[in-house]
Ligand binder design. Sequence first.
Ligand code: PLP
Length: 396
Amino acid sequence: MHFAARTGFDPEPSAYGLALLAARSRGTLLDLTVSNPTRCGFAVPAGLAEALSNPAVLQYDPDPAGLHSAREAVSRLYAERHGATVAAGNILLTASTSESYGYLLRLFCEPGDAILVPSPSYPLFDLLGTLHDVELQPYTLQQHDSWHVDMGTLRAALTPRTRALVVIHPNNPTGHFCSKADRAHLLAFAREHDLPLIVDEVFLEYGLEDDEPSFLTSELSSSGRPGDESKVLTIVLGGISKLLCLPQMKLGWMALRGPQELVATARARLEIIADTFLSVGTPPQVALPTWLSQQPQIVDQVRQRTLANLEVLDRLLPGTAVSRLRVEAGWTVVLRVPSLGSDEALAVQLLDEHTLALHPGSLYGFRGGGWLVGSLLPRADDFRRGIAALLSFFAS
Ligand SMILES: Cc1ncc(COP(=O)(O)O)c(C=O)c1O
């Protein structure tokens, strides 16, 4: 029997995966990688579950783009939070951001085509690319005082088979927003090379310092007219797995802007892809308007937790061998640690010797050793104990 080569995955867990299993079997893990928000002790507003008891959840009224009432609610969210106008007609619901990416790879790429993706970033694209026969062309994000796109690497990565440019705003795990200057450069690059811009904004509401506008928000050029953003087909991705801490409810969206004709073509084709699967359940779509109205209660709790854990770091790290990078947004922190070989070997050693789980930076594309990535979601006590274990490891 033939199994497709694209599913010839390596069945062996990584050294890190094996060490994690072993550490779990030995007892309580100090888990600073936890990213499942439903396991982090946040208070869930009562209205979230109540919204699912609406009798409308029992009606099946399929629309490939998703229920109009849910898309209207997403449109209102962008208008109210970001002053952005995106009509419900230009929003399509999916089961998750990962599914949105899958649809977009289907929309833009032939087998063997490629997309430009940032590095370091969340390790989501490798498998998505493999499963859709799409190559990844990483471009580098560089960190000096703040992060910015190394445009030289972006230009160098481009080939005649490049079909889309992916931006993550704010990026995970670097926790930085795409700056205004980078945004202008990326839009100009996309326009020059006739590429669609795919903008992943799943962490947009989790700004810790200032709120930053969505790529759906209009910026005016210096001449007072809309700039490149009105000329580039832009697909903004969002979803409730992060926005409402409800990954189990499976609802994401794509919001389209750009030249009318391109938006209409993309929308029509995406609707046919979506119609093939009709993967979004009715209950979360019915509940979405109520859920989004309660979003500040959830975001605020996560933000408080994140800030509290950053304070723990800022109390414990000074004067030690460990430091942290600035976090503008999101749930994740990047730690700079002494380089003792590969990041994976270090993460394995932390698991073996301290039952402490932190991700190796190499998993996210950090190079050169000396990077660990941690979640800021754990309860403050757990977080403090984990960081204390890390510091005692380096102190010894
Ligand atoms: C930047 C980024 N985009 C997308 C996703 C996946 O989102 P979803 O759960 O909606 O598929 C993640 C998951 O952590 C992420 O970090």
